[in-house]
Design a protein around this ligand. Structure first.
Ligand code: NAP
Length: 283
């Protein structure tokens, strides 16, 4: 294999699907993984339409099943002899006010977004260490820099990922391994439309926050309609090869605006603004 070898998680839709195509188009060989191969049709179609079938292998991988990670990575290494890029993309966003989220639901959020990502990263590190080169791109979120209401579980999982990646970057940079955070604002992908990713109590009539949860979800949905997820896929493809990548890449107008607000406003002012804008006081 003389092409750069990229492994991506969560490629059945959204950023994972689109970045598989961008990376293959830019000359990488891509191992595009998904937890359920019966959901591969959209990726198959995109690969065929782009004429890239010789540059992509679709393989099963459930990020929330850490026991499968080392055998999977060992298999990729034995087939291709290298791993240059890991894109930890798979994830979901659990919606619901903190009061309505059970500990079990919170743990499920962390099993995928945090522990699953950590487990796969650990499986790949010895290979990159031996190569003395490699890149690990983490799909964090702007919610990992500024926590969102009605998404405390998601924000907590991405804050954890940000802290982990900061340590990892410091540890791995001397070995030639770049660890990078991508922090999208809200983009139009499947993540906002999975009913199973709303905490059970949040959508029940028993929830004391039902009205606020619904209001917040409507607000987010209006935001995402305007943004092309292809921008994130193109950023991922660029970060695969850019020399000396920075640590953090916020992307999306909303993400950049939020970071400016957080930098210039005292938190008490930011809090009042957020409560008014998101109508959090209306229940
Ligand atoms: P998406 O279209 O819903 O894609 C998420 C992907 O992750 C799907 O392929 C899903 O597979 C997969 N996945 C979920 N749990 C998995 C598991 N246990 N093992 C393997 N794959 C799993 O959403 P997306 O927006 O592209 O999300 C990709 C990443 O971007 C996530 O980490 C998300 O937090 C981050 N992000 C998204 C946004 C946004 O606005 N879209 C903003 C900030 C950050 P299934 O099809 O099997 O469910």
């Amino acid at each position: 294999m003389n092409k750069s070898l990229a492994v991506i998680t969560g490629c059945s839709s959204g950023f994972g699907l689109l970045s598989t195509i961008e990376l293959a188009r830019n000359g990488h060989f891509v191992i595009a993984t998904m937890r359920d191969l019966s959901r591969r049709a959209a990726l198959d179609e995109a690969i065929a339409a782009a004429g890239l079938s010789a540059s992509v292998s679709i393989q099963p991988l459930d990020v929330a099943n850490p026991a499968s990670h080392q055998p999977f990575i060992d298999g990729v290494f034995s087939d291709y002899g290298r791993i240059d890029l890991l894109v930890n993309n798979a994830g979901f966003a659990l919606a619901g006010f903190a009061e309505d989220v059970s500990l079990e639901e919170l743990r499920r959020q962390f099993e995928t977004n945090f522990f699953g990502t950590v487990s796969l990263t650990k499986a790949v590190l010895p290979i990159m260490r031996r190569q003395r080169s490699g890149r690990i791109l983490m799909l964090s979120s702007i919610a990992g820099r500024s926590a969102a209401p009605a998404m405390s579980s998601y924000s907590a999982s991405k804050f954890a990922l940000e802290g982990y990646t900061e340590s990892l970057r410091l540890e791995m940079a001397p070995l030639g391994i770049h660890c990078v955070l991508i922090e999208p604002g809200s983009f139009e992908t499947g993540i906002w439309y999975h009913a199973e990713n709303v905490a059970a109590r949040a959508s029940s009539p028993d929830s004391p926050n039902l009205q606020r949860t619904t209001g917040f979800r409507n607000y987010i949905q209006k935001q995402v309609n305007r943004r092309d997820p292809g921008d994130v896929a193109r950023l991922i493809a660029r970060l695969a090869t850019v020399p000396n990548p920075r640590f953090r890449y916020p992307i999306g107008q909303d993400a950049r605006f939020l970071l400016i607000l957080r930098a210039v406003l005292p938190f008490s002012v930011f809090q009042n603004l957020a409560i008014r804008t998101l109508k959090l006081g209306s229940e």
